[in-house]
Design a protein around this ligand. Sequence first.
Ligand code: SF4
Length: 384
Amino acid sequence: MDFISRRRFLYDLAEKGASLALFAQLPKAGFLGRSKGSKDLVDGKHIFVAREAMYYKDLGYGMAECQLCPKRCTVADQQRGFCRVRKNLHGKYYTLVHSNPCAAHIDPIEKKPFFHFLPTTLAFSIATAGCNFVCKFCQNWEIAQSPPERTNNVYLPPEKLAQYAKKAGCTSVAYTYSEPVIFYEYMLDASIAAKEAGLKNVMITNGFISPEPMEELCRHLDAVKIDLKAFTEEYYKEICAGQLQPVLDILKLLKKIGIWYEIVYLVVPTLNDTDREFEDVCTWIAGTLGKDVPVHFSRFYPNYMLRNLPMTPVRTLERARAIATKAGLKYVYIGNVPGHEGESTFCPNCKKVLIRRAGYNVTEYNLNKGKCKFCGEIIPGVWS
Ligand code: SF4
C-alpha cells in the first residue's frame, strides 16, 4: 500500500492548493519567455506567442484551410477558426496557444477517468483555452468556450512542463479539461519532452481529429480517453455542434494502432438515455472494438446551457451498465457516483473485486502483474 499512501499525500498537497501555487508562480503568457520557433502575434490589445500550425493548406488569396480536425475550417486573412485559438495571417496559419496553458493541476489518473491505466498514479494535467465542439453540457465551458485572450494563461514550454511534472511526483502528463486537439502542436511537443523525461502521456479528448495528426500523435501517447457523447448524428449536431462518424473512425484507428484507450459515455437525461441508444452503442463497441474496452457511463450534472435538466438518476446508469454487460462488454463502470459498486473493477471470470474504488481513491487492489490474484485471468490494461 506504500504507493497508494504516497499518492494520497501528493494528492492532498494538490487539494490544499499546491497546484494553484504552482500555477501562480509560472510566468504570465505573452510577456516572458519565448519557445523555439515562436513569434509575437499582435491581435487587438493582445500579444500571443504564436507558432505556425502543422496541418493546414494555403488556399491562395490569403485564405487557409485548417486540416487538423474534421471541421476543416476555411479561414480568411486575419480571422480565426471555429475553435478560436488558430489564426490566419496572410495565408499562413498559426496556433495562438503553444506553451500557454490556462490550467495546470495535479490529478489522480482515476479522475480522467482511466481505470485500467497505472492506477493510483498522478497526472500533471494541462489545458489551454478553446474547443472544436460546443457541448451544451460542457463542464469546463469557462475555458473551453473562451478565446485565449479571455483566460488567465501562463508560459509553460514543453521542457519546463516535463520538469514540473517530475518534480510533482507525477507519472504522466494529461492533456485534458478543454479539448487538446485544438492545442495539438503544444501537446505533441510536450509529449515528446515528457517521454524524454521518462513520463507517460495521456489524452482526454472528444476524438474529433483528422486521422493523420492522430496517428502522428499516438507515436508519443500511452493512452487515450474518448468521450463518445452519444450514438446518433442528430445528438452530435444539436447538442455538441459536431459529428459522430469521425469519432467512430478515430476509435477504429486507435484499435488498429494498438494504443490503450477507454470510452466515456455521459448519460444526459432525456437526450441520450434510451435502451435503444445504450443497446446500439454497446453492440457497436463490442462488435467493432471488442469486449475488453472499458466503458464508463458517467452521471451528468446540470451545467452551462443545460441547467434545466436534472442530474442523471443512478437507476438510469445502472440500466445502461446492465445493457452493456448483456452486450458482452466485460469492464463497464458507473462514473460520478462516489461509493457505487460500479466504480470498481470485477474479474470477468471469477467475479471477485479486482480494484475497489471510492471516488478517486483505490481502497483494494487484487491484481498481480496484470492478472486476477484469485483465478489468474489476464486483465487488459497498462498496469506497470
Ligand atoms: S482545429 Fe479549429 S480551426 Fe482547425 S478545423 Fe478544427 S475547429 Fe477549425
